[in-house]
Design a protein around this ligand. Sequence first.
Ligand code: ATP
Length: 282
Amino acid sequence: MTNDLAISVGGLRKSYGDHAAVDGLDLAVRRGEVFALLGPNGAGKTTTVEILEGYRQRDAGEVSVLGVDPARADPAWRSRVGIVLQGTGEFDELTVREVVHHFAAFYPEPDDPEGVIDRVGLAGKADSRTHALSGGQKRRLDVALGIVGRPELLFLDEPTTGFDPEARREFWELIRGLAAAGTTIVLTTHYLEEAEALADRVGVIAGGRLVALDTPGRLGNRETALATVAWRTPEGAVEKAETATPTSFVADLAARFGGEVPGLTVSRPTLEDIYLTMIGQR
Ligand code: ATP
């Protein structure tokens, strides 16, 4: 277990009754990395992440998170780890400002609560009671509470579920800013474009095991996958061809058409195509 790893997992197992939710999982996340965990419902992501967070006991395997076994987590370790769970964000009659200040006081070296409120885009709602926030605004508050302690490692569980496209993009900027400042980030998501936009590396979990691990661009040999060239024939039908050399293919096509090729598109598999193939859904 070397020091440049924020997380190191070997042979992790966890069963519920006779169902193996995590079934021999190996994983390493580098310090400063944004790591996305993808996988279908029930794949074992939440179980894995909860073990890493110290909130669930494992049956077997080696786990080190910031150099500590989370099964023996103490308050000093907890203050170095930020967690954004799915859907808390409601604190009765308290205002956003009160809640963020309150949480900041739990940490030895918190960030400035007002700055955090601003960074998550809640400055205009600082004096609103949390129960009056919209769904997306509650998620922003969750994020504020996850980062106010200035964690070295931040876990985000499906962070942008329910966000509108603009809020999602603003959130991505926030995450990029945290990553640029050196925070290690582990996020689970069902949005492939989110993994692609944010992650340095993507791990795909299926059936409680890590079935693929790579950069978003290289996952499942995506980089070298054949390109599909499509165009319209003079009769109006769509023709398609798969090729490893799309540039010369299109040059030949252009020569054949004597210039512009009608309806020309060149595409490679998206991360979603690759992912669905990988988990056997395509
Ligand atoms: P999702 O994408 O739906 O959140 P996930 O990948 O996070 O799924 P887990 O929540 O880790 O999956 O669940 C893995 C398996 O373990 C599932 O089959 C689930 O039903 C089962 N499981 C999870 N928690 C428990 C529990 N407390 N008791 C019994 N079974 C559980």
